[in-house]
Design a protein around this ligand. Structure first.
Ligand code: SNW
Length: 267
C-alpha cells in the first residue's frame, strides 16, 4: 500500500510516503517521526509525572532526530512484545526502548548501530535468599514477554518457574505482592526500582553482545543510514557521553560510544 499523505510543505498533491522528495525516509507522516516505546523502563525510556516520555534512550533519539531535521517526534508506549511487530508492520517509524540487537530480531526488523551496552539484572527482596543462579531453583522469576531476559532465563535458569509479564511495572509489583520471588530486567531499571521499593539487584548478566539499537522496518535503508550518521555525530561531539552521565550517574561507562579522542582510555 502506498500511503499518500498531504503535508503542508507540498500542498494538496502530498507526496508518497515511501520516499518522495519531501519525505526522503518514507515516514508515516512526512515531517514527523512516530516512535514505538515503553513507558516503564526508567531511566532508559519512561513517562514522567507529567506523562511526558523521557530518559536516556528518549533524549538520545530526540537529539538524533533533531540532527536529521525532525523536531516533531511522537513517542507511544506499549508492551515491549508489541514494539518490534508494530515497527515491522509500519505502524511506527522506529522502535526505541533499550532494544538489544540480535540475529533473531534482525529477521523481523533492521537496526541502527548499537548505542548502549550493559547488564541484565535479577531484582529481588533483600531477604529472598537469592544470591545467584542456584538460588533461583524452584523460585518464581518474573520476565517481560519478548525480552532478552525471557530468552536468557529459559536457557540458563531452567529450574526457575518463569512468570511472563507484559511490562516491568507488573513484574516489580509481582515481587512486592509475593506473586514472584524475583523479576529479571535491565540493570539501570533494576537499580531504579531497587531504590524506589527497597529491593536489590542480585545477579548481573553482561549483555554486551546485544547492544541496544533503534529498530526500523526492513527496507528503510535511507532512514537507517541517516539515523546512524546522526547517532555517530552525537557520539563524536560528546552528546552521548553527556546523556549517559545524566541518566546513569556512577555507572561504568563503555568507551566505544565516546568521542574518538577519548577512546581507549580508562573511563
Ligand atoms: N524494553 C525492554 O524491556 C528491553 C529489555 C532488553 N534490553 C537489553 C539491552 O538492550 O538493554 C540495554 C543494554 O544493556 C543492552 O546491552 C541490553 O542488551 C531487551 O532488549 O530485550
Amino acid at each position: 500500500i502506498v500511503l499518500t499523505a498531504c503535508s503542508p510543505s507540498t500542498g494538496s498533491d502530498g507526496a508518497s510516503a515511501n520516499g518522495g522528495d519531501d519525505n526522503p525516509y518514507g515516514l508515516i507522516t512526512p515531517g514527523q517521526i512516530r516512535v514505538a516505546s515503553v513507558g516503564d523502563l526508567k531511566p532508559y525510556s519512561f513517562t514522567d509525572a507529567k506523562g511526558e516520555f523521557t530518559g536516556f534512550d528518549v533524549e538520545l533519539f530526540t537529539d538524533v532526530a533533531e540532527r536529521m531535521g525532525y523536531d516533531d517526534v511522537v513517542f507511544t508506549g506499549q508492551d515491549f512484545a508489541a514494539v518490534l511487530p508494530a515497527v515491522a508492520n509500519g505502524q511506527f517509524d522506529v522502535g526505541v526502548a533499550a532494544i538489544g540487537i540480535t540475529d533473531e530480531r534482525m529477521q523481523t526488523v533492521d537496526f541502527s548501530d548499537g548505542y548502549l551496552a550493559g547488564y541484565l539484572t535479577v531484582l529481588t527482596k533483600p531477604d529472598s535468599g537469592i544470591e545467584d543462579a542456584t538460588g533461583l531453583v524452584g523460585k518464581r522469576l518474573g520476565v517481560v514477554q519478548g525480552t532478552l531476559q525471557e530468552a536468557y532465563a529459559v536457557k540458563n535458569f531452567p529450574d526457575a518457574a518463569l512468570v511472563r509479564y507484559p511490562d516491568n511495572n507488573a513484574g516489580v509489583a509481582g515481587i512486592n505482592t509475593g506473586n514472584v520471588d524475583a523479576h529479571f530486567l535491565d540493570y539501570e531499571s533494576a537499580k531504579s526500582y531497587a531504590e524506589q521499593y527497597g529491593l536489590e539487584g542480585v545477579i548481573d548478566v553482561p549483555s554486551f553482545d546485544a547492544p541496544a539499537g533503534f529498530a526500523v522496518a526492513k527496507g528503510k535503508d535511507k532512514f537507517t543510514v541517516a539515523l546512524n550518521d546522526a547517532l555517530h555525530a552525537a557520539m563524536e561531539d560528546g552528546t552521548w557521553k553527556e546523556l549517559y552521565q545524566k541518566w546513569f550517574p556512577g555507572s561504568p561507562m563503555p568507551d566505544q560510544y565516546l568521542p574518538s579522542s577519548e577512546q581507549g582510555q580508562d573511563s
